[in-house]
Design a protein around this ligand. Structure first.
Ligand code: MN
Length: 260
């Protein structure tokens, strides 16, 4: 059998399962709030045009509006100043190949549960590699924290200092980019960076190093507990927005093995 016929039958017989890693795009989604001197992202707005009524007796549809970085979404290299001059750095010009790629999943659930300010370090990554093997070039790396199961105030976890959510430290993300040549980094939290990442050096190191090297970001993922540490693939194709810096998207995993 040719490879795609085998894939199709594997999807039918359950040897490969599809798993949704996407939060429902909703007006309830928390929006990143910037300091007041900066511009702000639109929240998600869904406005009914008609629903089998006087505005459209046989059809239902909505107008929608949102910032590029709302809900489960993709960050393109152009999103950060370090990636602004790279070729094909926007969602409409990026290559197709990264949209279907393997993923390594580092489980930090216990650490994040014990400490909302948990920082993923190079040592954590090396310990993961001792167990699961070296992270191959061109892989997504997802930081699993259980954060995707939170909603509302617990999800944003804000106080007077800002957000308290887990993320990578500068050395960890630099290691993944420069020594492992990952494709991108994905999180369950509102950004790829640690909640207090503005205080790191450089500020927001995940954005700084990933996008400066032409790598991608995914955030507000959910359902990562369905993924094995290695061996799954991710379909993540952002909307083709003209010169877009990112977009909400559906992220679907292909996971090997029959039903549990
Ligand atoms: Mn973003």
């Amino acid at each position: 059998m040719d490879i795609l016929t085998r894939l199709a039958s594997s999807l039918t017989d359950g040897a490969v399962r599809l798993v949704d890693l996407t939060r429902t795009l909703s007006p309830d989604d928390p929006t990143i709030i910037m300091p007041p001197e900066f511009g702000q992202s639109w929240p998600v707005k869904i406005e009914r045009i008609s629903r089998y009524d006087g505005n459209g007796p046989a059809w239902y549809w909505n107008n929608i509006s949102f910032g590029e970085h709302t809900g489960t979404h993709f960050d393109a290299p152009v999103h950060w100043v370090t990636g602004r001059d790279l070729p094909n750095n926007t969602v409409d010009t990026m290559p197709l190949a990264p949209m279907l790629a393997p993923v390594c999943v580092i489980d930090c659930t216990a650490e994040a549960e014990a400490d909302a300010d948990f920082l993923l370090t190079r040592d954590h990554i090396l310990a993961w590699e001792a167990q699961h093997g070296k992270i191959p070039a061109g892989n997504w790396v997802f930081m699993r924290t259980g954060w995707g199961n939170k909603t509302g105030a617990a999800y944003a976890n804000l106080d007077a200092e800002g957000a308290h959510t887990p993320g990578p430290d500068a050395d960890a993300i630099r290691f993944l980019v420069e020594e492992r040549d990952i494709l991108g980094f994905g999180t369950e939290t509102i950004g790829t960076d640690w909640g207090q990442g503005g205080h790191l050096t450089p500020p927001f190191p995940a954005h700084h190093y990933l996008h400066g090297a032409g790598k991608y970001g995914l955030q507000c993922l959910t359902g990562l507990e369905a993924l094995p540490p290695t061996g799954a693939m991710i379909l993540a194709a952002p909307l083709k927005i003209l010169a877009g810096s990112g977009s909400p998207l559906r992220v679907v995993a292909l996971v090997p093995g029959g039903p549990d």
